[in-house]
Design a protein around this ligand. Structure first.
Ligand code: SF4
Length: 217
């Protein structure tokens, strides 16, 4: 059973005879309390970091203590994507597609050096230098690999971010707001982010301009 002290706002006097019977709180707080206490991560791993993520879910570290034990094998049922491991160019289109298939509200945790910035493989021919080149990351967890405790600490940071959200301002309840769909990047020898195509085209057009007399000189 929920401890009512967890959702009671400080500053409100509750008569002793009612302590433990009622809770005085705000809509934001009860809304965020429900969401932050039942974060369901998506069940997928990319490399060695995933082993630590698995350990965090097992009996010794037991993320179930924070309401995060129900790992879902479907993006439709997941709240948070833990990007656990090296993001390769081959894999990034699948990761972005899975993110797009998650319902709002959704969050992204970059677990480890690889997911945060490429890690030891940064600038490798096949590796993306961080998933934040494509997805909006809420929490970065350093380490190679981060320990299960570090992952748990990162997830608690995510809970703290959720605590600060307001039901009247979150983007998924704004009038006319649709889920933001990230363009799925192309798979190829060099990965091109379609969001940057206008920028790439204008840079190419600038480069193609004939040189001025001054430049020729
Ligand atoms: S950060 Fe280290 S442990 Fe994690 S996937 Fe990269 S190489 Fe493996």
């Amino acid at each position: 059973m929920t401890d009512t002290n967890e959702i009671n706002l400080p500053g409100y006097e509750i008569p002793p005879e009612l302590t433990g019977q009622i809770a005085v709180t705000t809509l934001d707080r009860i809304y965020n309390f429900g969401r932050r206490s039942s974060l369901w991560p998506m069940m997928f791993g990319l490399a060695c970091c995933a082993i630590e993520m698995i350990a965090a879910q097992a009996a010794r570290y037991d993320m179930a203590r924070f309401g995060m034990e129900v790992m879902r094998p479907s993006p439709r049922q997941a709240d948070v994507m833990i990007v656990a491991g090296t993001v390769t160019k081959k894999m990034v289109p699948a990761i972005v597609r899975l993110y797009n298939q998650m319902a709002e509200p959704k969050y992204v945790v970059a677990m480890g050096a690889c997911a945060s910035g490429g890690g030891p493989f940064k600038e490798g021919y096949n590796v993306v230098a961080g998933i934040d080149k494509f997805l909006p990351v809420d929490v970065y967890i350093p380490g190679c690999p981060p320990t299960p405790q570090a992952l748990t600490a990162g997830m608690i940071k995510l809970q703290e971010r959720i605590d600060k959200q307001s039901i009247s301002q979150v983007r998924w309840y704004q009038k006319g707001a649709d889920s933001v769909e990230i363009p799925v990047p192309f798979l190829g020898p060099d990965l091109i982010d379609p969001r940057r195509i206008p920028e790439i085209k204008s840079a190419a057009a600038r480069l193609a301009q004939p040189a001025t007399a001054e430049e020729k000189a």
